[in-house]
Design a protein around this ligand. Structure first.
Ligand SMILES: Cc1cc2nc3c(=O)[nH]c(=O)nc-3n(C[C@H](O)[C@H](O)[C@H](O)COP(=O)(O)OP(=O)(O)OC[C@H]3O[C@@H](n4cnc5c(N)ncnc54)[C@H](O)[C@@H]3O)c2cc1C
Length: 233
């Protein structure tokens, strides 16, 4: 599907707001002109907050094309994300058209999703949209109490026998059932490669996280064309 692309920003109103974890806020955004743009799960929008400065920042769409609103989940970090999380219901934000190419190109090929922290967002939208493809999500976070969309992913796992999640908690002994205490390592990616020998790998997180995971996959001789990456910066 080709999507309409332009550089215009359109006004949206914060329709609803919810705290997802201690550091992540979910905002549901309603287009002021009532026309929600088409998008492919995995795409993002650029958001502009003119009073913070001229620079727009990117946020992945967490909702699916069946939803009426554009939903984003924002981890509070610096000035921009804090200002965005501080927007109240009824206030305005400016959004670009949906952008990006980080999504599976077909509905059949098995998928290995590898996420660091808030880098899970493309996978939330893709998993919620559903497909028949066998999918595993390897999902790394620092602490068990701050895992964005843990409950939703568990529910999707229960509903869809083709979808499973493996949690990794890096900074504490995790109380999460079945979680690995530690980082996603070569042994875990090798296992995923063994279980999904025809699978495509999708890596999303910080620049360092994506670089490290990609290097491991290269060491495991996964061909370039089976590795998709998106770095949050
Ligand atoms: C394609 C794309 C999609 C993205 N999607 C999302 C999304 O769905 N949700 C989302 O929250 N972000 C997303 N981002 C990141 C987002 O665009 C911003 O970079 C982020 O919100 C930080 O911006 P900031 O100006 O608030 O902080 P910055 O000024 O960039 O950083 C402020 C300080 O916080 C530190 N910091 C920044 N991020 C983190 C972090 N995650 N954890 C700990 N410390 C940090 C920095 O090192 C710095 O010291 C995406 C980025 C890209 C490129």
């Amino acid at each position: 599907m080709r999507l309409r692309m332009n550089n215009e920003y359109r006004p949206y109103i914060v329709y609803a707001k919810r705290r997802e974890t201690p550091t992540v806020v979910e905002l549901s955004l309603e287009p002021q002109d009532g026309v929600r743009p088409d998008f492919i799960p995995g795409q993002f929008v650029n958001i502009s907050l003119p009073e913070v400065g001229p620079e727009a920042k990117s946020y992945t769409i967490a909702s699916t094309p069946l939803d009426e609103l554009i939903v984003v989940a924002v981890r509070e970090a610096g000035d921009f994300s804090q200002a965005l999380c501080g927007r109240k219901v009824g206030e305005e934000v400016l959004l670009s058209e949906p952008l990006g190419y980080f999504y599976p190109e077909d509905a059949q090929t098995p998928r290995v999703f590898v996420a660091g922290g808030i880098g899970v967002m493309p996978f939330v939208s893709i998993a919620r949209a559903g497909s028949g493809a066998s999918t595993i999500l390897l999902y790394s976070n620092r602490a068990a109490h701050d895992v964005p969309f843990h409950a939703m992913l568990s529910e999707l796992e229960r509903e869809n026998k083709n979808f499973s999640v493996k949690h990794f908690i890096t900074r504490e002994n995790s109380p999460l059932h079945g979680a690995v205490n530690g980082r996603i390592g070569p042994e875990h990616l090798a296992r995923a490669l063994q279980d999904y020998p025809e699978g495509n790998f999708f890596l999303c997180g910080s620049i360092i996280f994506v670089r490290d995971m990609r290097l491991v996959l290269k060491d495991l001789f996964v061909p370039e064309e089976r590795i998709y990456t998106e770095s949050f910066f």
